[in-house]
Design a protein around this ligand. Sequence first.
Ligand SMILES: [Zn+2]
Length: 390
Amino acid sequence: MKRYLFLLFLPVLLAFSPFVISTETLQIRIFAHLKIKSCQFVLTTGNYKILADGNLLSPIKINDVFSFTLQGDDSVNVYKNLKFNGRFKYLKFINESNNEMKVKIVDPDRKIRVYQGNMSVNVSEGFLRIINEVSLDNYIAGVTEAEAGVKANIEFYKVQAILARTFALAHINKHVVEGFSLCDQVHCQAYFGKPHELSIIRAVEVTKGKVVVDQNLNLIIAAFHSNSGGQTANSEDVWGKSTPYLKSIIDTFSTRMPNAKWERKMLTEDWLTYLKLKHNFPVDKMEVKELALNFNQEHRKVYLEYNNQRVPLKNIRQDLQLKSTYFNVKQCGRDSVVFTGKGYGHGLGMCQEGAMRMAKLGYSYTDILNFYYQDILLIDLHQLSFFKDE
Ligand SMILES: [Zn+2]
């Protein structure tokens, strides 16, 4: 009943919701991690209008190759089909209709990717900066493939698309001081341009405008990981802050998937020395040493602990570069220990492999989201605009 009452007031609440609805397009800095000295654009479909320092350049045709090289501190040399075209500070390729172009980073050498929407090139902090101005849906489709891979079930792609949209809108100003919305790295969300899978484009269309909000109508922190190992984690145990919708649950869908288990061997001496030197854990005591050499987690624990001395498992995971904090330790032969672990990633929110399994078993994207996130609501941003306009 409480829930229905809440829904009754939803339009009013949405009208005062704190987040701003975007926006048809986003500015994504692409190849944001690279120090780019030269790159090429090749138009593959449609027409682009090109502005160079605000002036129109001669029209671009299909298969024309535009090359850009860094010149000095703030300029770009432009070549069209290898002929010098001029030196400019800012170039903008404006998409006239559903256009696509291939982008090749030449120095440093990277594989070709295909992008839709507008592109701009200028110099920032001594290197070329490329911004892809792309529609929200085309961006979400690209992120979905980059984060979820190919050949998955469409229901799983719908989940991933909704989470990508939720994240994008919650972080739309993440790089605003640098002059764009989001970067294309995991710092924001991985985005490698147009996806190859047609079912991803369909998944984005079917879930158009849908985002996940909490009971206060704030966009959720759309955390996900590869495999939970059979149990997800609490946000307070990973990030130190409790979040109502990121609670540990038992997740049997993930336990037979590829990243469900892992193993790592280590010299006993290295393990004990690490605990003593890095964490001051008293492994000189026989019972503490025993504990460290026979550590078990039937359910997820947060610490390796003895009396009041605690070593956070997340620190062990980070220091030893383990796949998860959900591991047991036991002795193996005379001088080694073996870590047998479950899952891959921080364990918060959706487990991707579990969600893939659920999709395969016939669960819907709403079932999957409600399984991995607690007390959430799926709302449509277009409804939100409607209520805002009222
Ligand atoms: Zn970023």
